[in-house]
Design a protein around this ligand. Structure first.
Ligand SMILES: NC(=O)c1ccc[n+]([C@@H]2O[C@H](COP(=O)([O-])OP(=O)(O)OC[C@H]3O[C@@H](n4cnc5c(N)ncnc54)[C@H](O)[C@@H]3O)[C@@H](O)[C@H]2O)c1
Length: 406
């Protein structure tokens, strides 16, 4: 184990800040088994944002070129939290420079780039480097609790899955064009939030074997062009020009999981007014059913057939220290305190640091780049299904060429 771990975050936008806070808080979760974590640098091409974020989250400096972070001797671990199309160049550069990399989802905006990144990760793993993808939701205590109930037989085998990830960040036609609206069909809502939903579906229902019924729509076809730096949700002057939206505002598809007998439907949107972050999943199992809603993240719904028809139905289970990730995993870990998505980034960061430091009792490891490729193979199959009028298409099984598979 090294004496200390220096961390940096590239990308100081919406999710970048969650990473900055997560590295800062991760050593305080659970037992103090990590070496000291040094908060070294925030990298962003927009200098005022990088400087402000470094100050706000207590990082020693900021950089405006990711290469400075790659070259820095005092940095060991780097989060890559920039537009998907930029992931490959930065990740490959960091791995070549000997950094451990936590890359945001989806792994890239093209399958070809994602596969090249997985090859780079495999090569880097032989040099002792860890490369993982930020599928944060596997850390949601509610989803982890449902998985436990499936696996310990309380719920038993999943029969079918239903999930939606509705967001509304693109609902208004006044929202300016940004990287999220550029790219081939499938790189819109499907890649942005469908990547999470597909990962969660597999976490609960097993590996996706095939998809069908792919359907996309672009509801708002033109968006105003911002005159300057624009972060999501912030007012910004406009040029008066418009750009064509290139990818999906909405996507839906069906999937077969495991041996093909488990089925499910998945639906995503970025134009679902009044659903800012509406990830909701439900699993129907041989002994009952369970559901989780991100907007009520510290509870699950549970229904058990053994309750019978007189008393049966969904009950609210308020999560606490008897459920995964909670005991010792929060500053105040009493029942009913509540939590949200920011905590999941902290668990993710802790799992990454556990793996880098080689601690004795680590959190379950983050998804590998091979998992990230598989996730993109699902998205790619959905896009091809949509282009072929909803055709059924097989998805290749996940490869395991690098590091430990969680
Ligand atoms: N895990 C999650 O829950 C989650 C949530 C949101 C976003 N994400 C992912 O995080 C990534 C970033 O999304 P976001 O919403 O934070 O984007 P964002 O647009 O809010 O921020 C991106 C930042 O990257 C900066 N940037 C652009 N080019 C750069 C470069 N070459 N070097 C350094 N910085 C550069 C921009 O100035 C901006 O500040 C995406 O891959 C996205 O899918 C994950």
């Amino acid at each position: 184990m090294s004496d200390s771990i220096g961390v940096a975050v590239i990308g100081a936008g919406m999710a970048g800040k969650a990473h900055m806070a997560a590295w800062r808080n991760a050593p305080s979760l659970f037992a103090p088994t990590l070496p000291p974590v040094r908060l070294v640098s925030i990298g962003d091409v927009y200098e005022p944002l990088a400087a402000e974020a470094a100050q706000r989250f207590g990082y020693a400096r900021h950089d405006t070129d990711w290469r400075a972070i790659a070259e820095a001797d005092d940095i060991d671990v780097v989060s890559v939290v920039v537009a998907n199309t930029l992931h490959r160049e930065i990740v490959e550069g960091l791995l070549a420079a000997g950094k451990h990399v936590l890359c945001e989802k989806p792994l890239s905006d093209s399958l070809e780039d994602a596969r090249a990144m997985a090859t780079a990760a495999t090569e880097a793993s032989q040099r002792g480097l860890v490369a993982r993808v930020g599928f944060t939701y596997r850390r949601a205590p509610g989803l982890a609790a449902i998985k436990q109930l499936v696996e310990d037989g309380t719920l038993g085998r999943v029969l079918h899955f239903s999930g939606r990830y509705w967001t509304d960040y693109g609902s208004s036609p006044d929202v300016p064009f940004s990287w999220r609206f550029a790219g081939a069909p499938g790189t819109g809502a499907l890649a942005d939030v469908g990547s999470h939903l597909a990962y969660v579906a597999e976490f609960l229902a097993g590996e996706v074997q095939s998809v069908n019924g792919g359907l996309f729509t672009t509801a708002i076809t033109k968006r105003p062009i911002a005159a300057g730096f624009a972060l999501r949700g912030q007012a910004v002057p406009l040029t008066g020009e418009f750009a064509d939206v290139e990818n999906d505002d909405y996507a839906t598809f069906n999937a077969r999981f495991g041996d093909g007998s488990v089925v499910g439907s998945l639906e995503v949107s970025r134009v679902a007014t009044a659903h800012p972050n509406g990830l909701v999943v439900e699993v129907f199992c041989e002994n009952g059913a369970a559901r989780w809603d991100q907007e009520r993240a510290s509870e699950i719904g549970l229904a058990l057939q053994s309750d019978g028809s007189r008393l049966g139905g969904y009950r609210q289970v308020v999560l606490g220290p008897d459920h995964p990730y909670v005991a010792g995993g929060m500053a105040m870990d009493a029942p009913g305190v509540g939590w949200g998505q920011n905590q999941m980034f902290e668990y993710q960061a802790r799992a990454f640091l556990d793996e880098v430091a080689g601690v004795a009792d680590p959190l379950p490891a983050n998804a590998t780049f091979d998992d990230g490729v598989h996730n993109m193979e699902i998205l790619d199959a959905v896009a091809r299904s949509a282009a072929a009028g909803g055709a059924a298409l097989d998805v290749p099984p996940v490869r395991t060429t690098e590091g430990a598979h969680a």
